[in-house]
Design a binder for this molecule. Sequence first.
Ligand SMILES: CC(C)(COP(=O)(O)OP(=O)(O)OC[C@H]1O[C@@H](n2cnc3c(N)ncnc32)[C@H](O)[C@@H]1OP(=O)(O)O)[C@@H](O)C(=O)NCCC(=O)NCCS
Length: 287
Amino acid sequence: MKAYSHKHPKASPLINAIPEAADKARSMNLPYWIIAQDTNPFGIVIVGQEPQQLTAPSGTPVALITLEPSQASSRNLPDFISTATKLVTAKNLANALVTVSFKHRRAVRQFLQAGFEPFDDYYLMYRQLSQQWTPTTELRFESVKQRETREWFKMATRFLAGTADTALNHNLQYMLDLPDTFLTRYHASEKLYFVAKGDTTIGILDIHGTKGWIGNMAVDPLSRRQGCGKQILTFALNQLKTRGCSKAGLRVHVNNKPACRLYSSFGFKKTARFKRLLWWNHRYTTS
Ligand SMILES: CC(C)(COP(=O)(O)OP(=O)(O)OC[C@H]1O[C@@H](n2cnc3c(N)ncnc32)[C@H](O)[C@@H]1OP(=O)(O)O)[C@@H](O)C(=O)NCCC(=O)NCCS
């Protein structure tokens, strides 16, 4: 198995053979390598810098591995993993993150055997947006201005802490140190809100109006179990419906019981479960 840069003359037919994975790489606007045996591509390694997945401090070079499930079998996966991790070592990247469907248990086992560590285990949940919910009058939803984005991340860091979401807990340590360029980009792509009760900010929310996606929602630990979570979710769903989305989706860690219960009580259904696994390059050196 070999890794071909996306610029390599042999890369084009390989890229065309795995359009979904290639689209993902192109949409990130980053260099990538296709791992293939002869004319069969098995996956892609995208190379970039944090903050992409918030696995390490800003500026850390990292990789994102996308496996093509239709091509990879348990027979060729060890070779794929070894080619991918060799590339990560050769490029002096700090780590590599891969997402594998929970259904592909054997693949998950093979990544673990190759030294990857469990990082995340989450459900994707969706519900149709056929109705409008009665809005709350108790809470105020204040749209976050671009210059307030860092303040919003500070609040988010505080309110999102302490859940059973291991990936989120890892990500949180890097949220206070995000570069301005990232904050500007994030503010342009998401709709961020401070949630206030009286004079106090008691929660945060971010949604993606065109993707129909609820990114983050959280309530100050001191204000939990008073119905605020339900009101924030009601607002989020009404916003997405008003913006023309036909369904709403979100990611939730499988062990985040309060959030899972809240979403289920609003009719969200689990449509898939994924594991993310992280490989640390112990030879990584900063220069
Ligand atoms: C999830 C979260 C937003 C809920 O906020 P909240 O204000 O406490 O929620 P509400 O009081 O409106 O409760 C709504 C429902 O959530 C569920 N719920 C909330 N807290 C719960 C808990 N500790 N245990 C079990 N279920 C819980 C219940 O179904 C509850 O309905 P009920 O009170 O009728 O039983 C809050 O726990 C939070 O901020 N957690 C940390 C951040 C987080 O996990 N965000 C989601 C990331 S995907």
